[in-house]
Design a protein around this ligand. Structure first.
Ligand SMILES: Nc1ncnc2c1ncn2[C@@H]1O[C@H](COP(=O)(O)OP(=O)(O)OP(=O)(O)O)[C@@H](O)[C@H]1O
Length: 114
């Protein structure tokens, strides 16, 4: 499947986003939070630098959540039974989402205090 045209690869990526959004409640929640953050930037007429920072941290959280979802899906397919290493994979991926979310909260706090 290597060397597909760009439009096809774009289709695969959009399919992945659609699947993740349909399957993962946590991604839908993060998306809702991201929408809330963008509305907050609009209503406060935030300066461009805060838009840039806000969009970066929103992207960081959503990307972490998408990678976490992909790893969960792969783990469940390859090893549906309980295994300490599957637990490690899932917990580390969840840790990545936690780190991204704490960074996003810290940025939101800094914005509120600015
Ligand atoms: N096959 C497994 N072996 C060992 N531990 C597992 C396994 N599946 C899940 N776990 C443990 O349960 C936790 C939750 O796993 P699960 O796949 O339900 O992820 P989740 O974060 O609840 O998923 P979602 O993001 O879809 O809500 C994992 O972080 C891990 O600690």
């Amino acid at each position: 499947m290597k060397g597909q045209p760009f439009i096809k690869r774009l289709g695969f990526a959009l399919h992945g986003l659609h699947l993740a959004f349909r399957r993962e409640a946590s991604l839908r929640l993060q998306f809702l939070a991201a929408t809330g953050a963008l509305v907050g930037l609009i209503v406060t007429a935030a300066p461009p630098v805060w838009w840039a920072i806000g969009i970066l941290v929103i992207g960081l959280v959503l990307v972490a959540e998408l990678v976490n979802s992909a790893l969960e899906t792969l783990s469940d397919l390859l090893h549906p039974a309980h295994h300490p290493e599957i637990r490690a994979v899932k917990d580390i991926a969840a840790g990545a989402v936690l780190v991204a979310s704490v960074i996003a909260l810290a940025v939101a706090l800094a914005f509120c205090l600015s």
